[in-house]
Each structure stands twice: as structure tokens, then as C-alpha cells.
Design a protein around this ligand. Structure first.
Ligand code: PHE
Length: 339
């Protein structure tokens, strides 16, 4: 019995010493000291001993238990401290390491230009109207006084989806949609992407962006058109900016005019941006053709109006000194990050 006890004791103490985790120590505790443990088994078997030996054995078992218990406790405390140290080390945060720089996005120069133009018109009381880029032929052409087989269709090289549906060649169809759904007075701008099957070069792209404007009310005249565009030009390019109207032709306006702004890059002297002319052609305009008003259910005897269409790309390029429209659509970050 004596020998058995000392083997259990030695083995238990050795196991405690070798234990490398608190979980392992717990297993040892259960195996040796637990209800079904080795020491408990000895206490249980004391009945088979001679009565005079019992107190002595009992005392020895209790001493062994106390010794093993305190060894387990000491080892548990040491291991817990070790485990905590390891965890703290693993979770350590070096607050002195410099932060990571995240690259900051920017608005595309076209978007910047559009926002600036939009804000000028909104400041004059216009609201923004939008419409689909895939549009009915009827809204893109017919109701703008360009019936099928009209030669004016050749002015705009059109991507046809089918006989009745096109990729809009201008945002004028939004004006038609607005006139059909709203009563005058109307004062809107319609911005967006438009499509034409042009050959691509430095000044032509099959996709480009427009802002068209439409004002309809009683007594609107060409002087109002001129005034609005003058204010727009001065707010956009500065007080000294001049506007010039040249007679032109659009089926949906009568009379029609193209409007040039004095070149903001050179102030009108002539440079690379204005190709030496001192003027930048940025928009078409005119008084809304009475036929268009009629087709859209507005009485031309009561109401009149003007419309204009500005190329955002041209304005953008003049603003930033960009000489090739293709750069706006290539999405080269080395180019875009400059603006
Ligand atoms: N819709 C014409 C175009 O894209 C521009 C324009 C709009 C001209 C309004 C006159 C009046 O070419």
C-alpha cells in the first residue's frame, strides 16, 4: 500500500511538472484526485486494512493529496501567467507604425464640368430632367420635326436598335417627353450621354455628353435666349466672356443659331484649344419650332419658347486645356488623376 501510494504520488508530481497547459493540469487533477481518481480509490480500499494501520495510511493519503494539490495549483498559476503573456504578445498593437495611405478617388473632369454647368442653370431656376439613352425614334426625331426620310436625319449619324428604337443622338427627346407630361411654364435642362456613329478622332467620339435646355412660357423671345446664354457664359468662363450667335439650321428650332463663346484659354487671341479662331463652338440653339409645340400639345399661339444644346465635352476640354476628346473616355488614371 505504501509503495503504491508513493508511485501514484511520484507519477502525479512528475506529470504536473511536465504539463504544458492548464487544460492538461485539469486532466491530471481529475485522474488523480477526482471522485474516481487513483488516490480516492486507495481511500476506498482502506476497509481491507488492519484497523490499526488505517489512521496511518489515511494520513499518508491526505499528505499526498495536499502535496499534489498544491503542485497543481502552483503549476496552474505559472502556466496561466505564461499563457496570458503569450496572448498579450500576440495581440500587441504597435501604435507607432505609420498608417496606410488609401488613394483618394476624384470626380471625372466631365462630371466636374457637368456639376458646374448644372449649378449655373439651377441658379437661374432650371430643374433637371432625365430620360432614357435607348429612345424611341418618335421622340428622338419625328416629334422634333424630323420625320422618317427627312434629310436632316443625316445630320446625326444614328445607331439604330431597330426601326423604331435608337440610341438617342441628343437629349432633345427629354424635352419632348417633358412637354408631353407638363404644362408650361417649363424651364428644364436635360443632361446625359448621347450616341452618334462618328469616326473617332481628337474632336469626335461615338459617345459624348450634352446639356440641353428648354424654356416655354408666354412671351418668351430670342432676347431671353441670348440673356440666359450670356449669363451662363460669364458665370462659366468669367465676366469678360463674350457670346456670338451665328445663323444656323435645326429642324426643331426656327430661327436657329449656333453660339460661340470667346475662348477662355486665350481670351480670344487664338490658341491651340480654339484652333486659332479665338472662339469655341459649344452650342446649338433657337426658338422652338411651332410645329414641335403643336405636336407636343402646346398651343403656339399662346406659348413660345427657346431651346439650346451644349456639348459638355467641349466645355470640359476648354476648361481644363484638354486637346483630345478621346482622353475623356479612355479612363486612364494617369490622365484622370490630374484633375
Ligand atoms: N439637339 C441639337 C443637337 O444635339 C442641339 C440643339 C438643341 C439645337 C436645342 C437647337 C436647340 O445637335
Amino acid at each position: 500500500m505504501n509503495e503504491k501510494l508513493s508511485i501514484i504520488r511520484e507519477e502525479a508530481l512528475a506529470a504536473v511538472k511536465a504539463a504544458s497547459s492548464t487544460a492538461e493540469l485539469n486532466d491530471i487533477r481529475v485522474r488523480v484526485l477526482g471522485k474516481k481518481g487513483e488516490l480516492t480509490a486507495i481511500l476506498r480500499s482502506m476497509g481491507s486494512l488492519a484497523p490499526e494501520d488505517r489512521p496511518k495510511v489515511g494520513q499518508m493519503v491526505n499528505e499526498a493529496r495536499a502535496e499534489i494539490e498544491s503542485a497543481v495549483e502552483a503549476r496552474t498559476a505559472a502556466l496561466a501567467a505564461q499563457e496570458r503573456d503569450a496572448r498579450l504578445k500576440a495581440e500587441a498593437l504597435d501604435v507607432t507604425i505609420p498608417g496606410k495611405k488609401r488613394p483618394l478617388g476624384k470626380l471625372h473632369p466631365l462630371t466636374q464640368t457637368y456639376y458646374e454647368m448644372r449649378d449655373i442653370f439651377v441658379g437661374m431656376g432650371f430643374t433637371v430632367a432625365e430620360g432614357p439613352e435607348v429612345e424611341y425614334d418618335k421622340y428622338n426625331f419625328t416629334m422634333l420635326n424630323i420625320p422618317k426620310d427627312h434629310p436632316a436625319r443625316d445630320m446625326q449619324d444614328t445607331f439604330y436598335v431597330n426601326d423604331d428604337i435608337v440610341l438617342r443622338t441628343h437629349t432633345s427627346p427629354v424635352q419632348v417627353r417633358t412637354m408631353l407630361s407638363q404644362k408650361p411654364p417649363i424651364r428644364i435642362i436635360s443632361p446625359g450621354r448621347v450616341y452618334r456613329s462618328d469616326d473617332v478622332d481628337a474632336t469626335h467620339s461615338p459617345i459624348f455628353n450634352q446639356i440641353e435646355g428648354l424654356v416655354i412660357d408666354k412671351g418668351v423671345t430670342m432676347a431671353d435666349l441670348r440673356g440666359v446664354l450670356d449669363v451662363f457664359a460669364k458665370e462659366l468662363y468669367g465676366e469678360h466672356t463674350k457670346t456670338r450667335l451665328r445663323p444656323s439650321y435645326f429642324p426643331f428650332t426656327e430661327p436657329s443659331a449656333e453660339v460661340d463663346l470667346s475662348c477662355m484659354a486665350c481670351g480670344g487671341k487664338g490658341c491651340r484649344i480654339c484652333k486659332g479662331s479665338g472662339w469655341i463652338e459649344i452650342l446649338g440653339s433657337g426658338m422652338v419650332n411651332p410645329k414641335v409645340l403643336e405636336m407636343c400639345g402646346i398651343d403656339p399661339e399662346v406659348y413660345s419658347g427657346f431651346a439650346f444644346g451644349i456639348g459638355i465635352d467641349r466645355v470640359c476640354n476648354a476648361k481644363f486645356g484638354i486637346s483630345d476628346i478621346r482622353l475623356l473616355y479612355e479612363n486612364d488614371l494617369r490622365f484622370l488623376s490630374q484633375f
